[in-house]
Design a protein around this ligand. Structure first.
Ligand code: NAD
Length: 363
């Protein structure tokens, strides 16, 4: 059996405990890993002067696959977000967020099974912003007002939204490839092209062209506000949603809410220079070191990683073991219990014990 070398970033806050739990269940599948452990985040700030030392990026570039715990963005480090910095440095342009209702979770309905593919590198997240009253902002407001023939109020701030043909083309093609990989039949492009004709309109035009090159998969588009309503009313009609950055961010959290919250929302960031698998949630600092939070979101990210490494049998076994433990509802953390103070809730580590036991029983 192949041995996979994977960069392991425990992160900070609850990161180390959910990472430990996830490593245990991944190893219990029988797949062999060599973990290239790279500390990052708050814990290395003092010693290394940055939460994101270059060695971490080098390790991911070398191994091409990483499993990552959440990281707090320390205030005043020059990083808007350490997590976004990793995605940008490695050009991890596709964020994949499956929204799946497992029995035993607090789903708003039981027929949820769609995947959000979010563009990760451009749109309003490009970080091109101008503070109200700054000389650049004043100059830009005058210039844009003149060119557009529409006055912008002088007390405005500006955030720029670039959307490119190249960025749109690769994310939409990624969505079609993802559909094929997952055996799904339809891709839906999400946009607001009726209002933002030169950014979302461009995204939609490109999406239609890419769709024409992928005729084996059905294609349609939805305006983002309607999309949100449709997801609540008729989610079973959707399979893969491909979204520019901002709508992808918002719809991902809508999706996480539909499956009962952050404790079960996995994610993958995939790009030209590697792939980083991480939960949607953050470092939940108030729970750090308490053996309390749900490790299943990171474990399900581990399932995505196994599929990415072509270990589909192990991925299926791990997903079933997690689903069984969830459905049984005994060895689950507080967030999955009917009442948050339920004394029968178990800790992070005990969830891993129960899943490992299932995997061994099924082996
Ligand atoms: P958070 O996701 O860390 O936590 C918000 C709340 O959600 C928690 O207080 C908890 O009640 C609940 N929660 C989160 N994860 C859970 C789990 N696994 N099990 C049970 N309950 C869970 O969001 P936040 O408090 O806004 O962010 C804290 C820090 O994390 C910030 O510094 C933020 O920048 C960072 N962050 C990192 C990532 C990442 O590493 N990818 C993502 C989001 C936020």
């Amino acid at each position: 059996m192949a041995r996979h070398t994977v960069t392991l970033i425990p992160g900070d806050g609850v990161g180390p405990e959910i990472t430990e739990a996830t490593v245990r269940v991944l190893e219990a599948t029988g797949v062999e890993f060599e973990w290239d452990v790279q500390q990052a985040g708050m814990n290395v700030m003092e010693a290394e002067g940055t939460p994101l030392p270059q060695r971490v990026l080098d390790s991911i570039l070398r191994n091409r696959t990483a499993l990552k715990g959440p990281m707090t963005t320390p205030v005043g480090t020059g990083f808007r977000s350490v997590n976004v910095a990793i995605r940008q440095a490695l050009d991890l342009y596709a964020c994949v967020r499956p929204i799946k209702a497992y029995r035993g979770a607090k789903n708003i309905r039981d027929d949820l099974d769609f995947v959000i593919v979010r563009e990760n590198t451009e749109d309003i997240y490009a970080g091109i912003e101008f503070a109200k009253g700054s000389p650049d902002c004043v100059e830009l407001i005058a210039d844009i007002s003149r060119r557009a023939g529409k006055p912008i109020r002088p007390d405005s701030g500006l955030s720029i939204k670039p959307i490119s043909v190249m960025g749109s083309e690769r994310i939409v093609q990624f969505a079609f490839d993802q559909a094929r990989r997952d055996g799904r039949r339809k891709v839906t492009a999400v946009h607001k092209a009726n209002i933002m004709k030169h950014t979302d309109g461009l995204f939609l035009d490109v999406a239609r062209k890419v769709a024409a090159r992928n005729p084996d998969i059905e294609f349609e588009d939805r305006i983002v506000d309607n999309m949100c309503m449709q997801l609540v009313l008729r989610p079973y009609e959707y399979e893969i949603l491909v979204c520019p950055n901002l709508y992808g961010d918002i719809i991902s959290d809508l999706g996480a809410g539909m499956i009962g919250g952050l404790g079960l929302a996995p994610g993958a960031n995939i790009g030209t220079n590697g792939s980083v698998f991480e939960a949607t949630h953050g470092s939940a600092p108030k729970y750090a070191g308490q053996n309390r939070v749900n490790p299943m979101a990171l474990m399900l990210s581990g399932v995505l990683m196994l599929r990415h490494l072509d270990e589909s049998a192990a991925a299926g076994a791990l997903e079933s073991a997690i689903a069984d433990v969830l459905a049984e509802g005994k060895s689950v953390t507080y967030d999955l219990k009917p009442n948050r103070n339920d004394p029968t809730a178990v800790g992070t580590s005990q969830v891993a014990d129960a899943i490992v036991a299932r995997l061994r029983a099924g082996a």
